[in-house]
Design a protein around this ligand. Structure first.
Ligand code: HEM
Ligand SMILES: *[C@@H]1O[C@H](CO)[C@@H](O)[C@H](O)[C@H]1NC(C)=O
Length: 330
């Protein structure tokens, strides 16, 4: 897999073109603040928490869905709720882009929270902010760290299918290509390895790990591999799912990093962080977070705030607070 990333010309193309696009980072947008809704919607945190709590209690997978939704929102035009928009005649949304189609869910849960908030404080809380608070709550409720969530994002009036394809990392990608996508967003190598720790919860579809388990997957447990192969046959069963952290799949802990130390990372992209010959720094970080859960929790919290801070500068000028997260206001 290391050779693959070395030889992959797309990866180098990407690095080059990223350097040229990376200079649009200046922003006049107002900074996000912790007390943004203090007077306009003081119950926002309670309302989001209650709904997420309910959802996670009924199925812990819901925590994973929401965290991933927030990530995929922020990597495309910034955290602006663009990922939540449905396709319409006038707008091509992001939901059918390669990284999202047949995979991203959790939209009805966001709808439910939005409805509650619209009856409590109509027209106040943006969908992008809902998603950000919900992701924090989701992590916390499955045993992860807690952190304060800066707020004040606006919802975009646009989405980008093209940027979804370009910016979202995929499981078959090499290390350098993945790192370049995070660096493009203003995130560091440390942020990347820490954020990837989110794979300590949630599931992946067979189509995203078949090449890996029939390839260079190493494990000391023959039953684990044969289990994976029975979930994910060489042909068919593309949508069958397996946990990325096979030890504690519903718990937000640092055991994901231990899977990488064992060579059992389910996604090729995950294992690359530890095993790629280019991954001197990432390997060191994987070891660190495996050994030190407190350091992982601290860095994950900081990196989530940083990821949540990726800004769509346009959305402050042209953005809005959507009434329905699936559609721009008319
Ligand atoms: C390094 C780049 C990353 C790659 C290549 C990647 C790729 C993937 C893939 C392929 C899946 C399985 C999707 C499916 O099979 O339907 C997945 C699931 C997931 N990802 Fe990532 N991911 C990355 C980073 C992140 C980050 C930064 C976060 C959050 C902070 C995240 C959160 C999640 C979660 C929670 C799931 C489980 C979702 C579920 O259970 O449905 N991922 N990721
Ligand atoms: C968030 O972004 C603003 C610029 O938009 C910057 O001034 C601030 O330092 C960032 N905060 C964090 C925590 O990254």
């Amino acid at each position: 897999m290391a050779l693959y990333s070395y030889l992959n010309p797309q990866c180098f193309m990407l690095l080059l073109c990223l350097i040229s696009v990376f200079s649009n980072g200046t922003s006049d947008s107002p900074p996000l603040t912790l007390d943004y809704y203090k007077s306009t919607c003081p119950t926002v945190f309670e309302i989001v928490r209650k709904e997420i709590e309910c959802a996670v209690l009924s199925d812990p997978r819901n925590a994973a869905l929401i965290v991933r939704l927030h990530f995929h929102d922020c990597f495309v035009q910034g955290c602006d709720g663009s990922v939540l928009l449905d396709d319409t005649i006038d707008l091509k949304g992001e939901k059918t882009a390669a990284g999202n189609v047949n995979s991203l869910t959790g939209f009805t849960l966001i709808d439910r929270i939005k409805n509650k908030l619209e009856s409590e404080c109509p027209g106040i809380v943006s969908c992008a902010d809902i998603l950000t608070i919900a992701a924090r709550d989701a992590v916390l409720l499955v045993g992860g760290p807690d952190w304060d969530v800066p707020l004040g994002r606006k919802d975009s009036r646009t989405a980008s299918y093209a940027l979804s394809d370009l910016n979202l990392p995929s499981a078959s990608e090499g290390l350098l290509s993945i790192l370049s996508k995070f660096i493009y967003q203003g995130l560091s190598v440390t942020d990347t390895v820490a954020l990837l720790g989110a794979h300590t919860i949630g599931m992946a579809r067979c189509v995203n790990f078949r090449a890996r388990i029939y390839g260079d997957f190493e494990t000391t447990s023959g039953t684990y591999l044969s289990n994976l192969k029975s979930i994910c046959p060489a042909i068919g069963g593309d949508n069958n799912i397996a946990a990325m952290d096979n030890v504690t799949p519903n718990l937000f802990d640092n055991s994901f990093y231990w899977t990488l130390l064992r060579g059992e990372g389910l996604l090729n992209s995950d294992q690359e962080m530890y095993s790629s010959v280019f991954g001197v720094e990432t390997r060191m970080l994987v070891k660190k977070y495996a050994e030190d859960p407190i350091a992982f929790f601290q860095q994950f919290s900081d990196s989530m705030v940083k990821m949540g801070n990726i800004t769509n500068t346009d959305s402050f000028a042209t953005g809005e607070v959507r009434r329905n997260c699936r559609f721009v206001n008319t």
